[in-house]
Design a protein around this ligand. Structure first.
Ligand code: OGA
Ligand code: NI
Length: 680
């Protein structure tokens, strides 16, 4: 077959290949329509729609599970037949291991009688081809290509094998020598893929400057336009990929495939490029899938999202929890889902840290940390990117963070896209609750300030921009910044399991605020009362929380860890001086806290050994301190510090001016170098 002229090859393949679906635009009769509904080709219409809009699509669990395992077994057993791959075409074919050092072989889908037929392999190949037929038909139907123009396979699969860091540098599959090669279909057979194994396919779509990394997940089918630049990142695992190309030499087909996609048209509207890594920690949350789906549907550039979800589920009770999952929607974004046993869950801080550690090498330009029960306003992605742009013009290290307004099923189920509640709504000022909770922890609150206050100039010289209000605390469930913030919050380099702050729930936001503040961050919220970004399901009815893990015998262990974690946080916040219980603790973790090591605070705003700056919020107004420099002057009037967001004190010399109005639990003696939270 190789030797026939390509147009004749294609004609033959058209006869033996899958039939294109009926033309969808040719006014089907009711009978056609009924037939079409029953047609299996429709199975992939969503994914192919995405392929048309975005130039690529993925289908998860593509082959039947046993078929996929058989395919891996068959293809990996004939290792010796693989040859170093070459680059170029025809006589220009050369080896260049710097460009490409995978090993490949070509497999005839329709072997000739004389070919050495490995029957198991041929059966597998036939089964895979059979599974691909409806996909190929769906592509032809979507592109409106009839039997004269349709895309067909050339009857050959390429089996590719990457391991030991093998890669394939940026290239295109179509070339002047292969002009008719239009669509690439790849089935990945990498077992137990995770981020550390690498081997992602990095896709650079035309006219968009960004790229998308597609994980070679086991049994994932990837479809993309062959004229897009792409590369295979170094793979540190056994990565098998079965590739089929679709060809057509008709001009109509070339135009249909190479026409600008929806996303390239949209990206021409906004040329500045960015992408967002979204971190979602979920504890047995039946709303997690809806959250992800809504996140994707409402984003202006859903294809620029890299979303990681960490489910902490019960392997038995929660088996059906995310059953309504729709892969077609999920595949618009690049999505990673990991599940751990809910019994191993130790709180949101630990879960978000786990995600950050696993996904720290993602390629996104922005980081978005959210909860697993949220909904979003249209174009939330553009809004946040723009707000952060403004914030960064004031402070290079900035984050957007605030408690979002609530939603429940009543105000949401009927509405595909949520309408903002009528004003007055917002801005939300993040402050601390004036009263410590029963554990002696500071609780964070968000209060609506309406009408929005005018931008102010703070005592430390920070000038609020028109569109932003300066926050005193972060909201852990809505935090938008740059990827570097993952390290600032979660100390990714440190393997110390103790630094997970196991069991921590209340305290997470104070601790994270302290970490960010002392590392030089400014936290902001939108000032515009009409600017919605997200909505949060505040009610905990109908969902479990990791608090259930505090029950029973194993719960006691976690309770102890929580007490310890809370002690760490209180120490860092200056709410409690730390009394080490073991020698190990004395020299270890806790000593590092105030020194910017381990999970402790940073040093950027520490003016000298004992001088720290801190955000001011609404509690402890009774506790006096100086206003701008060293803590010698006591502040007696809250009005004086009402305008302040930052005060400096020496930790050793600060004192309580008027303890009579302070509840005894609020009285503390800060230890040297600790952060003091003063809250107006
Ligand atoms: C190729 C290629 C991609 C992959 O062989 O041309 O780009 O993911 N392969 O294996
Ligand atoms: Ni390629």
């Amino acid at each position: 077959m190789e030797k026939l002229p390509s147009n004749i090859q294609l004609n033959i393949l058209r006869m033996i290949g899958p039939r294109p679906s009926p033309n969808p635009n040719s006014n089907p009769s009711p009978a056609d329509f009924a037939e079409k509904l029953a047609d299996k080709d429709d199975q992939y219409s969503r994914e192919i729609g995405l392929f048309q809009r975005f130039g690529f699509a993925t289908i998860q669990q593509f082959l039947a599970p046993e078929a996929a395992l058989t395919a891996l077994h068959v293809f990996s057993s004939n290792h010796d037949a693989l040859r170093p791959a070459r680059i170029g075409t025809g006589v220009l074919k050369t080896f260049d291991p710097n460009v490409r050092n995978d090993r490949i072989r070509f497999i005839d889908i329709f072997p000739t009688v004389t070919a050495s037929v490995n029957s198991e392999e041929q059966k597998t190949v036939a089964a895979v081809y059979h599974a691909l037929n409806p996909v190929i038909s769906a592509i032809n139907a979507a592109l409106n290509l009839d039997s004269n123009d349709c895309l067909v396979s050339n009857g050959i699969f390429q089996l590719g094998f990457y391991s030991n860091g093998a890669r394939y540098q940026k290239h295109r599959d179509s070339s002047p020598f292969m002009p008719g090669r239009l669509v690439t279909l790849i089935i990945y057979l990498t077992q137990d893929w995770n981020m550390t194994k690498g081997g992602q396919l990095r896709l650079y779509r035309q006219t968009t400057h960004g790229h998308i990394d597609i994980a070679p997940l086991f049994n994932r089918l990837l479809i993309f336009k062959s004229h897009y630049d792409h590369e295979v990142l170094p793979a540190f695992c056994d990565r098998f990929a079965l590739t089929m190309w679709l060809y057509s030499e008709s001009l109509k087909a070339v135009e249909a495939v190479c026409a600008p996609t929806f996303s390239t048209i949209r990206s021409q509207i906004k040329t500045a490029q960015w992408s967002i890594f979204v971190s979602i920690a979920s504890y047995r949350d039946p709303d997690a899938y809806s959250t992800v789906e809504h996140l994707i549907k409402t984003a202006k550039y859903p294809e620029r999202l890299i979303i990681a979800v960490l489910h902490q589920d019960d392997p038995v009770e929660d088996a059906q929890l995310h059953a309504k999952k729709n892969d077609a929607i999920l595949s618009i974004a690049c999505i990673f889902i990991n599940t751990i046993d809910r019994k191993d869950a130790t709180g949101p801080y630990a879960a978000r840290r786990k995600i950050a550690r696993e996904m720290k090498n993602n390629s996104a330009t922005h980081y978005f940390q959210i909860d697993s029960h949220m909904r979003f306003a249209n174009n939330w992605d553009c809004i946040l990117v723009e707000l952060l742009d403004v914030a960064e013009s004031v402070s290079k290290k900035s984050a957007i963070s605030f408690y979002p307004p609530g939603f429940d099923d009543k105000n949401f189920t009927q509405l595909e896209i949520f309408q903002l509640p009528p004003p007055p709504f917002g801005p939300v000022l993040m402050k601390a609750n004036p009263v410590l909770d029963v554990d002696g922890m500071v609780r964070v609150t968000g209060s609506l300030v309406f009408p929005p206050p005018n931008p102010e100039t703070h005592l430390d010289g920070v000038v609020e921009p028109q569109s932003l209000i300066r926050q005193r605390f972060i909201a852990a469930g809505l935090l938008f910044s740059r990827p570097e913030i993952m390290n600032d919050l979660y100390n990714l380099a440190d393997d110390d399991v103790e630094s997970n702050l196991d069991g921590l729930f209340f305290g997470e936001e104070c601790l994270c605020t302290a970490k960010l503040w002392t590392r030089g961050y400014e936290i902001w919220g939108p000032r515009d009362p009409n600017l919605g970004v997200a909505f949060h399901r505040w009610s905990r009815v109908g969902r479990s929380t990791f608090w259930e893990n505090f029950d029973g015998e194993s719960g006691n262990l976690l309770k102890n860890k929580r007490a310890r974690s809370q002690a760490c946080v209180k120490f860092v916040l200056g709410l409690q001086s730390f009394v080490p219980s073991t020698a190990e603790e004395t020299v270890g973790l806790f000593q590092n806290w105030a020194a910017g090591k381990s999970n402790g605070v940073g040093v950027e705003r520490i003016k000298n050994d004992s001088l720290v700056a801190f955000p001011v919020s609404s509690a402890f107004t009774q506790i006096s301190t100086s206003s701008t420099t060293v803590a010698t002057t006591k502040i007696t009037s809250t009005a004086t510090i009402g305008i302040a967001t930052t005060v400096y004190v020496t930790a050793t010399s600060s004192s309580i001016a008027d303890t009579s109005s302070v509840a005894s639990s609020d009285v503390w003696t800060p230890s040297s170098g600790s952060i003091l939270m003063f809250l107006v």
